[in-house]
Structures are given as structure tokens and as C-alpha cells.
Write a protein that binds this ligand. Structure first.
Ligand SMILES: Cc1cc2nc3c(=O)[nH]c(=O)nc-3n(C[C@H](O)[C@H](O)[C@H](O)COP(=O)(O)OP(=O)(O)OC[C@H]3O[C@@H](n4cnc5c(N)ncnc54)[C@H](O)[C@@H]3O)c2cc1C
Length: 280
């Protein structure tokens, strides 16, 4: 395996243009890739390390939105005042992500491109209606994150394309994230979800509500049936929480059964939504 470390975007694009597309792998923090290599995955002929390219990192305020470079680490997000103050759900996801060593290496771009149904930054990014910015030999394009991830480990990246950044509109409203694992730290999510809500405190109803849940389908899913039924509806949550079932398709795996995932999601989500509508 040959290792490359380009130091600029043009150098990277030139390099990718010279490599056989089926034989190179992009490396960010390596926290998904290295365990896979160690467990016997066939090594690529070429390993292209993105970490030397400075413009792929950083959290930039762009007025109506913020742009997070794909190589920004989970730890940098966790330490960001901007994320902490304005994107609580994403901040909570970074705070509950793995442990210090992994957070120092793992990047948001790696979490997105790994496209795991259990990726912890994904439900917040979906709930904020994030867009991903992609660069490649044909130029640049931007797509909603929900269109970017098409299945476990599958993304809309074309050959020689790279995830450059993720763009979050500054959300009106409050957001929160929940992760259920088999233990408190270093756990893969059994379920996770993020909620972005605008609440009418007097009427105790949601004026706006977006819910995105992970580990309950091959990709993160919007719980649109429940969210739609709850908007401007003061009749309570318990009677309609089963609408969640219409948007999810969990499976049994080594961490939990599908039935447990359904029950846990509905119980914890109902509790979270009641807290939000009554207290915020
Ligand atoms: C002990 C441990 C604990 C973990 N805990 C958690 C957890 O709590 N929550 C969670 O969600 N995940 C967890 N993970 C998984 C992993 O840390 C994350 O998915 C992480 O965000 C991956 O980022 P990375 O930079 O290390 O990606 P890498 O391993 O470098 O890359 C992952 C994939 O994305 C591709 N890629 C990376 N960057 C780009 C880019 N800019 N453009 C195109 N393709 C790209 C790579 O080619 C590769 O296919 C854990 C992993 C370990 C080993």
C-alpha cells in the first residue's frame, strides 16, 4: 500500500485524477478505517490521507448558516462555543461520542461518509436539514444530507469526489439529542434521535417539529408522521406515538431486537417531547 499526504485541494484533486478509482481509499481520522484494516479488510493499493489539507478543517460562521469542514474533529465541535450555544443537539452528540482519544481523531466527515445507521452526528445533521458540500474534478455541488446517504456505508459520492464540508442553517428553535447505548461510554447507539422544535409555551404545542432517528432503519429516518401530527396539536403525545412505527424498519442485531428498538424509541421520544412542550 502506498501512502500519500497532499497539502492542498488542487494537489488532492490532481492526485485523485492519476489514481485508479477502484484502488484508493481516503483517510481522515482513521477511527473507522483502521479497525477495519486490522480485522482483515483487504488493503487498498493507495491510501490518501486528507489530514494535511488545512482548508478541510474549521467551523465558520457564514451569517445565515455555519459551515463545518469535513476534517473537523468531534473534539473541536465539542469545544466550540458556537456549536454549544446554537446547535445543542449536535453538541450533545459530540459530548456522548466515544471517549477522548477517539474524539481527538474522529472527524465529522468520516462520520458522515461512513454512513452508519448508528452514526451519532447524523440525527442532529438531518434534523437541522444540513447540506453537504462536495468537491471533485467536475467542480462543486451541494446536496441535502438525507440525499447524500443512501444506505449503510453508501453515499452519493462519485469517483474522485470528496466531502468538503457540511452546512447547517442557523436553526430557529430548540434542539436536543438522545443516545441509548448498552453502556454509558464507548457504545454504539442502540437508538439515537435528534429533535428540533419551536414551542408555543402558552398553548403548550409545537409550532414546528423535526425528528430524525438513527439505528432504526438502514439510514437515519425522519419521523414525519409523528412530527406532522403533533404540530399545533394540543391533544397529547401518548395517543399518537405509535405513528413512529410508520417511519421506521429496525432489525434484530447483536445489540438489540427490533421490538426493543421500537419500544425504546417510542418511550424515550414520548418522554423527551413531553419535557420539551411542557418546560421550554
Ligand atoms: C472505539 C471506537 C468508538 C467509537 N464511538 C463512536 C460513537 O460513539 N459514535 C459514532 O458515531 N461513531 C463512533 N465510532 C466510529 C468512528 O469513530 C466515527 O464514525 C468517526 O466519525 C469516523 O471518522 P474518521 O475521521 O475516523 O473516519 P475514517 O475512518 O478516516 O473514514 C471513514 C470513512 O469515511 C471516508 N471519508 C472520510 N473523510 C472523507 C471525506 N472528507 N470525503 C470522502 N470520504 C471520506 C473514508 O474513506 C472511510 O470510508 C467509534 C469508533 C471506535 C473505534
Amino acid at each position: 500500500m502506498k501512502y500519500y499526504r497532499p497539502v492542498s485541494e488542487p494537489e488532492l484533486l490532481d492526485l485523485l485524477g492519476t489514481l485508479d478509482q477502484s484502488n484508493y481509499t481516503l483517510l481522515a481520522g482513521g477511527t473507522d478505517l483502521m479497525p477495519r484494516f486490522e480485522s482483515g479488510m483487504e488493503l487498498p493499493l493507495h491510501l490518501v490521507d486528507l489530514k494535511g489539507i488545512d482548508c478541510f478543517s474549521g467551523i465558520n460562521d457564514r451569517g445565515d448558516n455555519i459551515e463545518i469542514g469535513s476534517l473537523t474533529t468531534i473534539d473541536a465541535l465539542r469545544k466550540s462555543d458556537l456549536i454549544h450555544q446554537s446547535f445543542q443537539a449536535l453538541w450533545q452528540a459530540t459530548d456522548q461520542f466515544a471517549a477522548t482519544q477517539i474524539r481527538n481523531r474522529a472527524t465529522i466527515g468520516g462520520n458522515i461518509c461512513n454512513a452508519s445507521p448508528a452514526g451519532d452526528t447524523l440525527p442532529p445533521l438531518y434534523a437541522y436539514q444540513a447540506q453537504v458540500r462536495i468537491i471533485g474534478p467536475a467542480g462543486e455541488r451541494q446536496v441535502p444530507i438525507a440525499d447524500f446517504i443512501s444506505g449503510p456505508g453508501k453515499t452519493a459520492l462519485n469517483p474522485s469526489e470528496i466531502l468538503f464540508s457540511v452546512i447547517l442553517p442557523k436553526a430557529a428553535g430548540f434542539s436536543t439529542f438522545y443516545k441509548l447505548g448498552l453502556r454509558q461510554a464507548m457504545a454504539v447507539s442502540v437508538i439515537n434521535f435528534a429533535v428540533v422544535a419551536v414551542v408555543d409555551r402558552e398553548k403548550k404545542v409545537f409550532n414546528k417539529l423535526t425528528i430524525a432517528a438513527g439505528s432504526v432503519a438502514p439510514t437515519v429516518k425522519y419521523l414525519n408522521k409523528l412530527a406532522g401530527a403533533l404540530q399545533n396539536n394540543g391533544n397529547g403525545i401518548d395517543g399518537i406515538i405509535d405513528l413512529v412505527d410508520q417511519d421506521i424498519s429496525p432489525i434484530d442485531d447483536i445489540r438489540a431486537t427490533a421490538a426493543y428498538r421500537r419500544k425504546a424509541l417510542k418511550n424515550i421520544l414520548a418522554f423527551t417531547l413531553k419535557e420539551l412542550v411542557n418546560k421550554r
